[in-house]
Structure formats: structure tokens, C-alpha cells
Design a protein around this ligand. Structure first.
Ligand code: 7TS
Length: 411
């Protein structure tokens, strides 16, 4: 146990096989959780158990294995419904993750409802996957993409947002938390203001799912996107939550098996929700294992995870800011456990490589947020992002590593 948390971190760490290895002769310190976090054994076991015990295609078969696989797959739909507090289970669509979920909405809702000179609003904090799909549909429909500016500390400028909203605004797409800076956005307020002008709101929850409470009914968002791999689940799975009345109005994204009721060469009638948006054989094993990721989170509780991670963030921020050459990037008031920084005169890639030599995994570069980096006047950053299995001792190692790099390389 650490002194200040009620959680037994050592016990939690034992559930993550990947953590117990040496990298470059040093114990692995994994601080790249915003890119993808590690998987507890129960998630890995769920994938193995499916392939070893009941691999079968779902929804179509009446044999025992097919029924078992279908039941497990649909169990995850119910647990994700609870996870985001959706009103209806058919509001949960399985996708490959946030990128696919956003593309689905841009290609179906966007293509159907955007008209010439309509406006779509994103923020200056967005990941490329919440910019490019909107740019593509805006170009096609001759609509305009508007950007909410952000402040020096990395917060959305709410008064600028209010000024951007008008009767032409049809879609607002914003992340719940920023992957590069950690900023938690005031999404309830953002959603309320967008609804006042009649726009729908998509929330990119990639960086929120493992850390923040999600209640789509309370937020009143129209769409909410999650990637399994950023919440202790496998890669290649995720969800799109959408309000039922909107999903019903949207055309299918892909055509094929599963998304139909009847097919003739003259006409096809589409299946009901959620299957209308789930053409083809889905990623069965990984969706099934996502349920174990939800169980893992619920066993500890989001509240406890958030509390502990916030303790880690405060500690890391203190340690890093005590090193004179380090400049913190992203110091918003409300943050998930992400800290970006730069050292003047040393390229982030060099810092990343030298930390890797000490067994410390951080991310360096633009983090798929090039417009944000441009806004902040940096080429890229070094980003350390923390998870429930990280420790203050690991943060001490990071700070020590950074100090040595500064002493070694600083002119
Ligand atoms: N939105 C945000 C806020 C993200 O952080 C990411 C991935 C995505 C969307 C895309 O999610 P995907 O699961 O479809 O790939 N972010 C990162 C990152 O920060 N480093 O690597 C991937």
C-alpha cells in the first residue's frame, strides 16, 4: 500500500503480466497509457478462452458454441450500456474504436444532414481523428469547419465558443479529455449551448473512458465514442453510443451481412438497431474481452482510480516542474493524468530515446494533434501519462532520468 491511497497498487500490478519485465536492462516503467493502456490477466484470459473454448460466429448459428459466443458478445453490449448509462441497449453500436465511431457519424449523419454553408465546430484540442472526418464531410457538402480557440494553459475558450455558435451550426465535435494535454473539457456546458442553437454534439471519449464517470443521459450528448484499448480492453474494439432517435434517422455505414432484414436485387431492407450499423463479422473475441475490462474498472471503481491517478499527476507535476530546464505544456485546472513537457534545446525524440534506455516508456511528438502543437508553438512534446498501476517511485525514476538528460545534453 502507498501512504496516501486506499488502493493496494502492488496487488493491482500483479494483475498485469506485461509490467513484470526488464526493458534495456531496467524494470519497465510504462507511462504511455494515453496511447494504449495495459491489459489485466482477466482480459487476456477472456480472449484466449473464446478461441480455445467457444470460437463461433455470432447471431447466425443455432448450435451451442454460436449461442455461447452470441450471449457473451451481447453481454458486453449490456455492460457498456451500464458503463455509459445509456437509456436503451440498442444505442450501443460496436465499432473498432473511436476513429471508426467518428467516421461513422461523419459519413452517415454528416453526409445526410449537412447542407451547403452549414457549420461544424471542433476545438483546437482535438486529435486528428476528430478533425479529418469532419473536414472530409465539410468539403463534400460545402459546409464550413469552425475551430474553438484554446488558451495558453490548454483550455477551451468558452466565450469564443459562444460567439461561434449560430443557427448554421449543425454539429459540435469535442473531446471529453485531451490526449496531449490532459485537459478535461466542460462538456455539459458545451452540449447545452450547442443544443440551444439546434446542433447535435459528438463527444470523443477516448481519453475519458478509463478515468472519468460517463453518463450520457446526464451529459445529454447525442453521440459518445470509446476505444476499448484505452480502458484496459483489447485493441480493435470500441463503441459508438448514439441517441436512438438519431441513429434511427441515419443511413447504414457499411452494407453487408447482419445489417439487413431482407435482400433482393431490387431492394434491401435494413435491420433494426444496433445491427443496422454492424455489417459483417465483428471483432467477437475482443468485444467479449472488453466486458472483463469493464469488470476490472468496476471492481476498483472509477472514483478510486481517478483519485489515485490525480495523486500521481500532482506528484509528477511537482517533480517535473522542480527541474529548471523543464517547461510543462498543458496546465489546465481540470486534468486527467497526462503531463506533457519540453526541454528547450533538446528534441523530444532524443528525450524519449534516452528515457527508453532507462526502461521508461513515454510518447514523443505531436500526438496526432498537429494543430494544437502549432497553436502552442511547439514541434512536439514528451508526454507521460499515468494509470492505476503506476507508482510514485516510478515517477521519481522519470524525474531522475529527465535530470540526467538535462545535465548530459544541455549546452
Ligand atoms: N481521440 C483521442 C482524444 C485520442 O486520444 C485518440 C487516440 C483517438 C481519438 C483515436 O483513438 P483510436 O482508438 O481510434 O486510435 N490517441 C492516441 C494517443 O494519444 N497516442 O496514440 C493514440
Amino acid at each position: 500500500m502507498t501512504a496516501t491511497t486506499a488502493l493496494d497498487i502492488e496487488k493491482i500490478r500483479l494483475q498485469f503480466p506485461v509490467l513484470h519485465q526488464q526493458v534495456n536492462g531496467k524494470p519497465l516503467i510504462y507511462f504511455d497509457n494515453a496511447a494504449t493502456n495495459q491489459k489485466p490477466k482477466q482480459v487476456i484470459d477472456a480472449v484466449v478462452n473464446y478461441y480455445q473454448g467457444y470460437n463461433a460466429n455470432i447471431h447466425r448459428g443455432i448450435h451451442t458454441l454460436a449461442e455461447k459466443a452470441t450471449k457473451a458478445f451481447e453481454t458486453t453490449r449490456h455492460s457498456m450500456q451500464k458503463f455509459v448509462n445509456a437509456k436503451h441497449v440498442e444505442e450501443i453500436i460496436f465499432t473498432r474504436g473511436v476513429t471508426e465511431s467518428i467516421n461513422l457519424v461523419a459519413s452517415t449523419y454528416g453526409r445526410t444532414f449537412l447542407k451547403e454553408s452549414d457549420e461544424v465546430i471542433v476545438s483546437g484540442l482535438e486529435h486528428h481523428s476528430n478533425i479529418v472526418p469532419w473536414q472530409m464531410v465539410c468539403e463534400e457538402k460545402k459546409a464550413k469547419l469552425k475551430v474553438i480557440p484554446i488558451t495558453e494553459v490548454g483550455e477551451i475558450d468558452m466565450s469564443a465558443y459562444r460567439k461561434l455558435l449560430n443557427a448554421k451550426t449543425k454539429i459540435v465535435a469535442i473531446n471529453h479529455a485531451s490526449n496531449s494535454l490532459g485537459t478535461i473539457n466542460p462538456i455539459k456546458e458545451i452540449i447545452k449551448l450547442a443544443h440551444e442553437v439546434g446542433a447535435v454534439v459528438l463527444i470523443d471519449g477516448a481519453q475519458a473512458a478509463a478515468h472519468l464517470e460517463i453518463d450520457v443521459q446526464d451529459f445529454d450528448c447525442d453521440f459518445y465514442c470509446i476505444s476499448s484499448h484505452k480502458m484496459y480492453g483489447p485493441t480493435g474494439a470500441g463503441i459508438l453510443y448514439g441517441k436512438k432517435n438519431l441513429l434511427e434517422k441515419m443511413p447504414p455505414y457499411m452494407g453487408g451481412g447482419e445489417m439487413i432484414k431482407d435482400v433482393t436485387f431490387e431492394k434491401t431492407t435494413y435491420n433494426d438497431l444496433p445491427y443496422k450499423f454492424e455489417a459483417g463479422t465483428p471483432n467477437i473475441a475482443d468485444v467479449i474481452a472488453l466486458n472483463e475490462a469493464v469488470n476490472f474498472i468496476n471492481t476498483i471503481s472509477k472514483e478510486q482510480i481517478a483519485e489515485y491517478e490525480s495523486e500521481l499527476l500532482t506528484y509528477a507535476t511537482e517533480k517535473l516542474s522542480a527541474i529548471p530546464a523543464v517547461k510543462l505544456i498543458g496546465t489546465a485546472k481540470e486534468k486527467v493524468a497526462v503531463q506533457s513537457f519540453i526541454i528547450e534545446g533538446i528534441h523530444p525524440f532524443d528525450i524519449g530515446q534516452m528515457l527508453d534506455a532507462r526502461g521508461i516508456a513515454v510518447r514523443t511528438g505531436h500526438h496526432c494533434t498537429q494543430p494544437l502543437m502549432d497553436r502552442l508553438g511547439v514541434e512536439g512534446t514528451v508526454r507521460a501519462s499515468f494509470s492505476v498501476y503506476n507508482t510514485k517511485a516510478e515517477i521519481d525514476e522519470l524525474a531522475e532520468g529527465v535530470k540526467r538528460i538535462v545535465n548530459f545534453l544541455k549546452p
